[in-house]
Design a binder for this molecule. Sequence first.
Ligand code: ARG
Length: 588
Amino acid sequence: MKKLLDLLTEEMQQAFEAAGYDKNLGKVGISNRPDLCEYQCNGAMAGAKQYKKAPIMIANEVAEKLSGTTVFSEVDAVAPGFLNLKVSESFLCDYMRRMSEEEKFGLEAPKKPKTIVIDYGGPNVAKPLHVGHLRSAVIGESIKRMSRYAGHKVIGDVHLGDWGLQMGLIISELQVRKPELPYFDDSYTGEYPVEAPFTLSELEEIYPTASGKSKVDEEFKAKALQATADLQKGKPGYRAIWKHIMELSIADLKKNYEKLKVDFDLWYGESDSQKYIPDMVEKMKKDGFAYISNGALIVDVATEEDKKEIPPCIILKSDGAAMYDTTDLATILQRTIDFAPDSIIYVVDKRQELHFEQVFRCARKTGQVAENTELKFLGFGTMNGKDGKPFKTRDGGVMRLSSLISQITDQMYEKISGNEALSQEEAKETAQVVALAALKYGDLSNQASKDYIFDIDKFISFEGDTGPYILYTIVRIKSILNKYREQGKEISMESLSAAQNASEKALVMELCQFNSMMESACEELAPHKVCAYIYDLANAFNRFYHETKILSEEDEAKRAGWIALLNLTRDILECCIDLLGFSAPERM
Ligand code: ARG
């Protein structure tokens, strides 16, 4: 379905043409004087030179041609030659009715749907999820949902960090603690135990201990590095430990992501790219791209035009171990083989920008990726505390994601439990739903690339630009719709009627922006645009609601029209929050 602004432009272009002018002058834009008009066209100003005529004369002639228009309710030619426009209420009503009938409220499918792989989440196994992983999960999930809604084929991949030094550290520390285990006996040929020799919480203690030790104990570090290389080479005992770690870790990660309403199509990790590494490396060598420098195998990626230094990609360390660069390169190759994607999008902390610059250059240079595949780094900013420094626990440690979620859920419960209409059970469930909205909206309403302040008190507020405010608005609409049904009436979109006052028209105009907003939000991978839109929409609805007695309106047609308007508003708000990755409760 065409966008509203395009329809207005078409109407204006016809008028320019009818008046004998170039139709391209008839471009309509949003008014920059909303006190005077809703839309405007500056084409007469632009045409003055070309036609050697005073702009106001052109504007008058064009306005004349629009005298019988059903699209505009007002067309004013004003000095020195602007066309000030108001759109007709009945035209808007028709547009809105069509929106309500169309799939996706009139958002058009892409001309050529793309295959897109989104790399997000990126947790490291054996390490608990911390707040640093929150943004990737929240933003990535929303971009996945939006791109899918826009009509693309989208594959979300968690890309676990499961092949690096942390694995060698855990293996080495385990060997120190339990050297008698069969995993460390090179002559052992039997089956390894099914049960892991550690629990998840032990694992979560083993890793930081080992990591700390490696920083002060050179010998231990060397062992861990060796274990990492041996694991990658496929040493059976180490692979068996690795499998235990993966099983425990992934089960826990899945639980946590589920709480966040984040889900992945693929649970691949760095390790899954291992099978592509030997051939990839061979080819890089054979093609003359990879060479040995200081014992490591590297590929230069710097170019003459570089303003800053771009270090080479490290493909293999001197001990033969694969690096972060290596697994990312082989993963690009893997994705190219598996999906031939049009685009691979990485939703990762922007502090990793240089790493991706190197990897992308190397992938292109050495041919791991098809020429027409776009590699896109969507770097996000840091989540800071109120002090403007990276978010920490009170004692300065790294905050676990699960603690953060419980904290915000508890605070929300406290707020909501004041509502006596809710049972304790319902209040608990509602608190979870609303807390998730607070958390996600608080994040997504900021442009992803910017740092932002994580301010729980602000995020959980029911007023202002917050998730709970949006949910509160939806709940308010739902309650009106329920009461209407209780009056024994059915909601019919046929009842939509032309707006009768300013606040109603403002609400309708917001609704009619949906497809145009969604198209650009999806194209620009910008969930914050969806947030800004629903905030405006919720404000427009609340203004209308405060000025209008809906349920007690005596004129039945009027009442039914407003109810249909509310129904569409609710549908659009719920569609948008679903794309942001949260939902609304029935009551709150
Ligand atoms: N595991 C990494 C980290 O915690 C993030 C992974 C991002 N994705 C990627 N393909 N490198 O820093």
